[in-house]
Write a protein of this length. Structure first.
Length: 678
């Protein structure tokens, strides 16, 4: 792979033609650091961000260990960091209690806001306590930080290295993803909830339409959705494959915060008269000429209650169909950060009041926070559920992630108001898990089978209707105009261009075990030469013989899916390769790549063209004879054949100098150490 490096002075190119920004881009603009004067950020751009808040939970101690391993001794901004204990709160073993004690001690020493086990799930606390606040950028080392979008906060997940970097320097990096506009029209019929909306979306648009996208919800239907519905929908955009799910700031949301003012001690540091007034007077909206990579439209009036599963969020079935199938259940769950807020508990209580949980069913309930449980107890809803025979669990995660009491056993069937029903997620891999609204979960617990609330009083089950939907994929402004100019400074020591022959790994969903075999993952003494030797061997045993260090890997969609092992990125670097191109990447792989100085580019059009050429060729690794050149100064890629004929010419995201600096320093940890030493 050929690399051309810049000289002593930074290079600069012409400012690209600007368009309007969508809401995601505007919030990132607000929290981006190190931008040159007047620079606007757009999807695809790599930026350094200083989030308003960064939350970690039971993984706070591994983050603290990494933080201290970087040579850091004091967090950069103690008000930026939040630590909660929520995942394994039922575990009273000495080892877990010691970890919890270490986290609490570290938080107190650093002056970090800390919430002990039993206070609630971290995402709920972030919302209750106003850390995730409308129009701010809040991150968490947990995949369900998307939840914050329900209150108009841009929430997105980070990995532990990012969290340690934020603790030490106040910032990390983000590549602004493509943004999909999901337009919700009309009004939900009676008996249909926010959970039904997101279950329908996951099951209807189930071909990775929004994978690694940011989502912005728009449309006249939003005005009819209470904030708790929005939080549920935003929470499960994670399962839909998105990196964030953002609702707008509107009258419904502002009224939600005005109501909160009367229920919080005043003056509250984050939710008070001043902050709520400022929100009301300074609403931020997408520009009229903002660009969205996808436009999905759903008519809410065409929806009916839906259930996800079994064992996949990509499968959704109308409740009316499942109710006819007499699917017996063994366990029911009203737990997690998805559907255990006060309105959810009240909705379940309204269904179950006056009934009893079926004799052969275990029904588990846990509030999203201790505050929620107190409120539910105050209105009597909590006791209604307990009186019906439900088993209470402490405020926390628990069975949602396969921890603690009440897990699914082999051969059992469960229905849950949680967010994930992956095989083995809630217990045995030989169990079946379905997802539904709190109302359906409560009704099913009473019926002893998957059923509808209206069945409890003998009414007819709501029949499904045809879902009115559409999907549009518009051309980008750059594609339409042929615009290829960039606006990129290039640091001394960073290549102005990267080029090499494309090596096609013609498969989708190449996982991290395929890239770096799991048997080496926990061997800490594997030399770099061995990592290079075994790179991609589980995908293709002959990969090493077919490739050389100057090559560029090009692969299909969701490259790097699977575990969070960093070696998947470092093994490719050990081969001497500096760039991987794919239709799309697993999010954790993308973050691990940049954090370890491996560059990535998403170019779906390229993999599609290659697959046209090599259709029917049954080889896992193919030398294409095509050559890619990435002009970093212009944020532009050209792919040519061996004769120099241009096959593809495309604009790509801008790699800002802050990100370049991370690569030059050998990755995020090297960059943090350099910051600390300076």
């Amino acid at each position: 792979m050929s690399i051309q490096r810049a000289g002593m002075r930074s290079l600069h190119t012409t400012q690209r033609v600007c368009r309007g920004q969508n809401l995601t881009e505007k919030i990132v603009q607000k929290y981006a650091v190190g931008l040159s004067g007047g620079k606007k950020v757009f999807s695809g751009d790599y930026v350094s961000i200083k989030p308003a808040h960064c939350m970690s939970h039971d993984n706070s101690w591994p983050v603290a260990t990494k933080f201290m391993g970087l040579g850091a001794t004091k967090v950069k901004d103690r008000k930026q960091i939040v630590c909660t204990l929520d995942h394994d709160v039922q575990n009273k073993t000495e080892k877990n209690l010691e970890k919890y004690a270490n986290i609490e001690r570290f938080a107190k020493e650093q002056g970090i806001d800390f919430y002990p086990a039993g206070r609630g799930i971290g995402h709920q606390i972030m919302i209750e306590e106003g850390y995730a606040f409308p129009l701010n950028l809040s991150v968490a080392s947990d995949s369900h930080s998307n939840t914050y979008g329900g209150v108009g906060s841009l929430g997105t997940p980070i990995v532990r290295t990012d969290a340690a970097a934020i603790w030490a320097t106040g910032q990390t990096w983000w590549q602004i993803p493509p943004v999909a506009r999901v337009e919700l029209r009309g009004k939900l019929p009676k008996g249909v909830t926010g959970k039904d909306i997101i279950v329908t979306l996951c099951g209807t648009f189930n071909n990775d339409e929004v994978l690694n996208h940011a989502i912005e919800f728009t449309g006249d239907g939003i005005q009819h959705l209470p904030v708790d519905y929005r939080l549920t929908i935003a929470n499960m955009t994670t399962e839909w494959g998105a990196l964030s799910g953002l609702f707008p700031v509107d009258d419904v949301l502002i009224d939600f915060y005005k109501d909160r003012l009367s229920k919080l001690p005043q003056p509250h540091p984050r939710i008070n008269d001043e902050t709520v007034k400022g929100l009301s007077e300074n609403r931020m909206e997408a520009d009229n000429d903002a660009f969205y990579s996808k436009h999905i439209v759903v008519d809410l009036s065409s929806l009916s209650p839906y259930v996800s599963g079994p064992n996949s969020v990509k499968v959704s079935n109308a409740l009316s169909d499942l109710a006819k199938q007499d699917i017996k259940i063994n366990k029911a769950y009203l737990v997690s950060c998805t559907n255990s807020r006060l309105s959810d508990i009240k909705a379940a209580a309204d269904i179950i009041r006056g009934h009893k949980v079926a004799d052969d069913v275990e029904f588990y309930v846990a509030a999203a926070s201790s505050n929620v449980q107190k409120d539910a107890e105050h209105i009597g809803a909590w006791q209604d559920i307990i009186d019906a025979g439900a088993k209470p669990l402490p405020a926390g995660c628990g069975p949602c992630i396969g921890l603690g009491t009440g897990l699914l056993k082999e051969g059992e069937v469960g229905i849950s108001a949680t967010n994930r029903n992956f095989k083995g997620r809630m217990g045995s891999k030989d169990a079946l898990a379905y997802l539904a609204s709190p109302e359906v979960v409560a009704a099913s617990a009473v019926l002893g089978r998957i059923g509808a609330p209206e069945e409890l009083d003998g009414s007819k089950v709501y029949e499904k209707s045809e879902i009115m939907k559409s999907l549009e994929i518009p051309s980008s402004p750059e594609e339409a105009s042929g615009e290829t100019e960039g606006s990129v400074d290039v640091l001394d020591g960073f290549p102005t261009s990267i080029e090499g022959e494309l090596i096609l790994c013609n498969a989708d969903n190449i996982n991290t075990d395929g890239i770096y075999p799991g048997k080496y993952t926990y061997q800490d003494d594997v030399p770099r030469s061995k990592m290079a030797e075994v790179c991609m061997e589980n995908y293709d045993a002959d990969f090493g013989k077919k490739t050389k260090s100057s090559d560029i890997i090009v692969s299909g969609y969701n490259f790097g899916t699977g575990s969070s092992r960093e070696q998947a990125a470092t093994a490719i670097l050990a081969r001497g390769m500096k760039l991987v191109v794919a239709g799309s990447f697993g999010n954790i792989f993308s973050r691990n790549s940049i954090n370890n100085a491996l560059l990535t580019l998403e170019i779906p059009a390229l993999i599609d063209k290659l697959r046209e050429v090599y259709a029917g060729v049954d080889e896992p690794t193919i030398r294409t004879g095509w050559f890619l050149k990435w002009d970093v100064t212009k944020a532009h890629v050209i792919v040519s054949d061996a004769e120099g004929n241009v096959i593809l010419s495309q604009k790509v995201g801008e790699l800002g100098t802050n990100l370049q600096d991370i690569i030059v320093k050998g990755g995020l940890e090297g960059w943090v150490k350099a910051q600390l030493s300076s």
